[in-house]
Design a protein around this ligand. Structure first.
Ligand SMILES: [Zn+2]
Length: 242
C-alpha cells in the first residue's frame, strides 16, 4: 500500500495503483475515509499505527464495492470506531437496492455489496464530522457524499471526480480508466454535484481513483465543460430520435 502525505492532516493510501482511501487527522485520532477493496483492513490499520494514532471514525463516500470492501473487517478490528455514511447509501449496505419515487428511475450501476456492519451515524448535507463538512453529491450513487476539510478547504470527493486517466466528472468515459463512468448512476446529477464542489473553491481535490490535485479549479472547470458538452450531445440525440 502506497502512502502519500499531503499535509500533517491528510494521508492518501493507494492499493494496486488505483484504489484510494484517506486518513484525516483529528484531535482524537484519524478519520478513515473509505475502506478500499476487501483485504485492505490490516494494512490500513498499520499505516495509522505507524503515524501513532488510532482510527476513531470510518466514513464512507458511497456504498460501491471498492469503497466499502474492507468495512466489515475494519469494524471487526475496530469495534469502537464510529461508522458513518449517508442515510441514502446506508440502505445499499443492508441490501435494499430500491430507488425512491422522487429519484430518477434509471438503473443503479456498479457493485453494491451487502455488509454486516451497521452504520452508527447517518450523514446529511451540512453535517459536521470532526473537521469535515458533509457535502451531498448525488449522481455517481444516489447518496454519494464528498467532504470539505474546514481547516484548509481540501475536498475529499470520493468518485464525484476522478483524476486517473485524466481529470473527469463522474460519468465521463475515460478510456484509460473507465470504471467510475461505468459505475455512475445518473450523469445529470453528477454534473450538478461537480459544479457544487467547484463552487466551494477547493485548495486540493482528492478522489477515489487517481492522484491528489493541488489548485484544482481550472482542471475541474475543464472537466465540467466536457461533461456539459457530452450531456448536450446525448440530449440532442434523444430529441432527434423522438
Ligand atoms: Zn464508486
Amino acid at each position: 500500500m502506497k502512502v502519500r502525505a499531503y499535509s500533517n492532516n491528510l494521508f492518501q493510501l493507494t492499493r494496486l495503483g488505483f484504489v484510494n482511501c484517506y486518513l484525516v487527522r483529528e484531535e482524537d485520532g484519524f478519520t478513515l475515509i473509505d475502506t478500499g477493496m476487501s483485504g485492505q483492513a490490516q494494512s490500513i490499520i498499520q499505516v495509522a499505527q505507524g503515524v501513532g494514532r488510532p482510527i476513531v471514525r470510518v466514513v464512507l463516500t458511497h456504498a460501491h464495492i471498492d469503497h466499502v470492501g474492507s468495512l466489515d473487517a475494519l469494524h471487526e478490528a475496530l469495534p469502537d470506531a464510529q461508522v458513518a455514511i449517508s442515510e441514502r447509501d446506508a440502505r445499499f449496505l443492508s441490501g435494499d437496492k430500491s430507488l425512491d419515487p422522487s429519484e430518477p428511475q434509471v438503473p443503479l450501476r456498479g457493485g453494491y455489496p451487502v455488509c454486516k456492519t451497521r452504520p452508527t451515524v447517518l450523514l446529511h448535507e451540512g453535517d459536521r464530522i470532526g473537521s469535515l463538512e458533509v457535502i451531498a453529491t448525488p449522481g455517481h450513487t444516489p447518496g454519494h457524499l464528498a467532504f470539505l476539510d474546514t481547516r484548509d478547504s481540501a475536498i475529499i470527493a470520493g468518485d464525484a471526480f476522478q483524476t486517473l486517466g485524466g481529470v473527469a466528472v463522474s460519468g465521463t468515459f475515460k478510456p484509460l480508466f473507465p470504471l467510475p463512468a461505468l459505475a455512475t448512476w445518473h450523469k445529470g446529477l453528477a454534473l450538478e454535484s461537480a459544479r457544487k464542489l467547484l463552487a466551494l473553491q477547493p485548495s486540493l481535490l482528492t478522489v477515489g481513483h487517481g492522484r491528489m490535485l493541488e489548485h484544482p479549479q481550472t482542471a475541474m472547470e475543464r472537466a465540467i465543460r466536457v461533461m456539459e458538452q457530452s450531456l448536450a450531445k446525448e440530449q440532442g440525440k434523444q430529441t432527434h430520435v423522438a
